[in-house]
Design a protein around this ligand. Structure first.
Ligand SMILES: *Cc1c(COP(=O)(O)O)cnc(C)c1O
Length: 429
């Protein structure tokens, strides 16, 4: 596999872009080697600048649920572009996309369009604070909600206290109001709520955690969060930036039958363009400026090309409800291939799967939370990643990311991937 051109571009990029990448996970730091520079992508495949083509299970980290460059989505964007790239004034498309989202998720009565998941979460939290007139929020260890200051936290040394910044450049005071609980651990939430509940504006959670590998909520966990937030007058925010329109057309909230007060969306709703949203109960969303006193704005929010891609993507998903069953089956087949390998080789593999999201952890502990996730042997993952790449299969360059399956992955391609998974050379110890 020749990668000369990627290497050359990486060298040049590093001169002008920190680490040569515009988002850290794109660097192959966790698996070794240099990142591939991508030239184009179509359907389930991506092609790098050296002309190598790979079966892609990163799918742009989620947006490409229809596969890359779906003709209808590309056409919609091209048509929109011809009419102008940005107006800074309201458009019909923004309204149509908002209506589509509201129709898909009944908990969302009103919503705002923004440009990234980070912005959506940051804004939802501001609204929750404005509405409840409380400052504290609770997040879960290992859940990711973008890179805004107050959310870039790790649990304090005496776990379950105020969080401490997890990045240089974040003042301690910015994270003072962020409390960290443990995913799937009701007692950790209960404890924080007993102590701080009446000052907590919101609990924010990834209903299916997909940024520490994939970790499913234990039965009753999300319902417990719904109940305890109501009990203390706090809001429940579902961060569905990954799960929205992926676990089903109605997202995780439909799958698990829980109605959050606020929801954040991103990735799929932009169909590959920079677009995200936050929304929820009308009474809460009416707090947003110009109706209310919570300020939130954006020069490019509701961008014409981005909303065109989003509308086309959601309409295709809405009109093909069978896609979600297909994605579930593909996800199950891949998960089964990992499990089979684990059993046949006595290899330590824990496989978590929800629809088209899955992750095989190299550990013998069931993965239910952050601590069990990080018990995974990342060197094992790195070796597996390199093997898959050699086999023409592009996986996330990190153990702690999901494997994303798209509608464009054919049954044959799934079978080919299952075979590669099962044939992974010998147990390496
Ligand atoms: C990707 C992601 C974000 C951040 O979205 P960006 O568009 O990268 O800013 C927030 N929350 C979750 C759950 C995500 O997966």
């Amino acid at each position: 596999m020749k990668t000369d051109k990627s290497r050359e571009l990486f060298c040049r990029s590093r001169q002008v872009i920190p680490g040569g990448v515009n988002s850290p996970v794109r660097a192959f730091q966790a698996v070794g080697g240099d990142p591939l520079f991508i030239q184009r992508a179509q359907g389930s495949h991506i092609t790098d600048v050296d002309g190598n083509t790979y079966l892609d299970y990163v799918c742009s980290w989620g947006p490409a649920i229809l596969g890359h460059a779906h003709p209808r989505v590309v056409e919609a964007v091209q048509k929109a572009c011809a009419d102008g790239l940005s107006f800074g004034a309201p458009t019909r498309r923004e309204m149509i996309l908002a209506e589509l989202i509201k129709e898909a998720m009944p908990s969302i009565e009103k919503l705002r369009l923004v440009n990234s998941g980070t912005e959506a979460v940051m804004s939802a939290i501001r609204v929750a604070r404005g509405y409840t007139k409380r400052d504290r929020i609770i997040k879960f260890k290992g859940n990711y909600h973008g890179h805004s200051d107050g959310l870039l936290v790790k649990a304090g040394s005496a776990a379950l206290t105020t969080a401490v910044p997890d990045s240089a450049g974040v003042p301690r005071s910015y994270t003072e109001n962020t409390l960290v609980a443990l995913y799937n651990d009701r007692a950790s939430v209960q404890e924080l709520m007993e102590k701080y509940g009446h000052t907590v504006a919101a609990i924010i959670v990834e209903p299916v955690a997909a940024n520490m590998g994939v970790v499913l909520p234990q039965p009753g966990f999300l319902g417990f969060l719904r109940d305890i937030t109501r009990e203390y007058g706090a809001l429940l925010i579902f961060d569905e930036v990954i799960t929205g329109f992926r676990l089903g057309y109605g997202g995780a909230q439909e799958q698990y039958g829980i109605s959050p007060d606020l929801t954040t969306l991103g990735k799929i709703i932009g169909g590959g363009m920079p677009l995200a949203a936050y929304g929820g109960k009308e009474e809460i969303m009416n707090q947003v400026s110009p109706m209310g006193h919570v300020y939130q704005a954006g020069t490019l929010s509701g961008n014409p090309a981005a909303t065109a891609a989003g509308i086309a993507t959601l309409e295709i998903l809405r009109d093909h409800p069978g896609y979600y069953q297909e994605l579930e089956e593909k996800g199950q087949q891949l998960a089964q291939a990992f499990r089979q390998r684990g059993e046949e080789r006595g290899e330590r593999l824990q496989v978590n799967q929800a629809g088209s999201l899955l992750c095989a952890f190299h550990t013998d502990r069931p993965v239910l939370d952050y601590d069990s996730a990080v018990s995974s042997d990342t060197q094992e993952y790195a070796a597996f990643f390199r093997y898959m790449l050699e086999a023409g299969i592009y996986m996330a360059p990190s153990q702690y990311e999901a494997m994303f399956v798209s509608v464009a992955h054919t049954p044959q391609e799934i079978q080919q991937t299952c075979q590669a998974i099962r044939e992974y050379p010998k147990y390496r110890r």
